[in-house]
Design a protein around this ligand. Sequence first.
Ligand SMILES: NC(=O)c1ccc[n+]([C@@H]2O[C@H](COP(=O)([O-])OP(=O)(O)OC[C@H]3O[C@@H](n4cnc5c(N)ncnc54)[C@H](O)[C@@H]3O)[C@@H](O)[C@H]2O)c1
Ligand SMILES: O=c1ccn([C@@H]2O[C@H](COP(=O)(O)OP(=O)(O)O[C@H]3O[C@H](CO)[C@@H](O)[C@H](O)[C@H]3O)[C@@H](O)[C@H]2O)c(=O)[nH]1
Length: 441
Amino acid sequence: MKIAIIGTGYVGLVTGVSLSEIGHQVTCIDIDDGKVERLKKGISPIHEPGLSELMSKNIEEQRLSFTTNHQDGIREADVVYIAVGTPENEDGSADLYYVEEAAKEIAKYISKDMIVVTKSTIPVGTNDKILQILQKHRIYDVKVEVVSNPEFLREGSAIHDSFYGDRIVIGAESEEAATVIEEINRPFGVPIFKTDIKSAEMIKYASNAFLATKISFINEISNICELLDANIENVAKGMGLDKRIGEQFLKAGIGYGGSCFPKDTKALIQIAGNVKYDFELLKGVVNVNQKQQRILIDKLNSYFFSLKGKRIAVLGLAFKPDTDDMREAASIKVTEELIKQGAEVIAYDPVAVKNAKGVLDPRVQFASSIEEALGGSDAAMILTEWKEIKTMDPQLFHCMDQPLVFDGRNCFDPESMKNNQVEYHSIGRPAVAVPSRTVPL
Ligand SMILES: NC(=O)c1ccc[n+]([C@@H]2O[C@H](COP(=O)([O-])OP(=O)(O)OC[C@H]3O[C@@H](n4cnc5c(N)ncnc54)[C@H](O)[C@@H]3O)[C@@H](O)[C@H]2O)c1
Ligand SMILES: O=c1ccn([C@@H]2O[C@H](COP(=O)(O)OP(=O)(O)O[C@H]3O[C@H](CO)[C@@H](O)[C@H](O)[C@H]3O)[C@@H](O)[C@H]2O)c(=O)[nH]1
């Protein structure tokens, strides 16, 4: 099948590469010249395990190409995917500008019967609007159908998720269109769930909102655990053994970030609000997350009398491990607050530094190793559970004069920190104090 994909971000690029890997002829289109030039040379614009290798392989085998020219990409295609961004408007609703522009571009160049597939996360009812745009702006009198095919990949494991996902959701009005998209995806071997368009649109938002709810729930439980001297890791494990609850997404920490949960939860509140439904539970989830992102700062504030002049090492900047994505990363708010309170911030991340430099306060300094960040620091904060951080020798914390760690991702066993004489404050677990500590507060 000949497929064109509009937008080569995380979703468009991973979709294009994966569809070419299972044998389709794919053209990826983007308006960003620089990005397309790099892609043509086989250079991935994002850090995503396994992506570069698979991309180069399919470019070489001539199943995958890139262009900035919509006409070239769309003219020959049997199916066109929309995978452009749907960022957050100021009021929390989804900004549909890029999706609507993409639909207009498609309409200009459709010259034969065509299915347009939406991969972008779009509010319930948006596929209907896209169909109207396509019908209004098309030049030739051809049949055009829209199919909703929301994406469930996670950054950091996007390629794996494409080939081993739990389900592929296809929302269509006609059985014929649904079957075409089913056949395209069949070689993935992932279970396919076919439904109507509006339900497919809602499945995407409801899934993200449910996962975000699990995270805010366990974070609230972790805060209560701290007050009662219980241990959140044991609690989450015991809860997760119940198959109805499940062990995933019960990891307490400094809240969820990234390009999806923060914006999609707020968009769903708006989607509900538009039909006069007050989604109280989800509002609570969002508020809890905002509070949770401050939790390490609060711990630091109750430890030190003032942060003025204190040197704080921040370990991990990306919103999660195995990605260089900084969108809505906890590190943005945390470093902003540290600087506001007069601290000196020295940060380390194995891959996200380039992107971090574009979004963090220019006063944040960057270290090229964990040791360098820790050297001379008064405290360390762990914000991303990179493998390199989780598996480091706790003795390394002695690069600080007196090791003091605030861990927002529960990377270490408190017992091992105690054995290594490291003062250790984590999430939802009793703190480890070191009696000999003499740092002036
Ligand atoms: N990032 C994720 O993990 C993820 C997962 C599932 C779903 N989603 C959803 O998928 C959509 C895309 O997300 P993303 O993270 O890939 O976005 P992104 O911002 O990384 O990429 C969007 C790309 O679209 C391009 N673009 C914009 N308008 C265009 C046009 N008219 N023609 C061609 N290219 C155009 C941009 O230049 C950019 O490269 C969003 O709706 C998002 O919510 C994202
Ligand atoms: O138990 C957990 C699990 C995750 N997180 C945090 O939640 C955020 C999101 O993590 P994750 O879901 O792994 O990454 P994303 O790449 O944002 O993927 C989510 O958002 C995508 C975009 O919609 C969806 O496609 C995916 O299914 C959905 O998992 C990150 O900040 C994590 O640190 C926790 O705090 N605790």
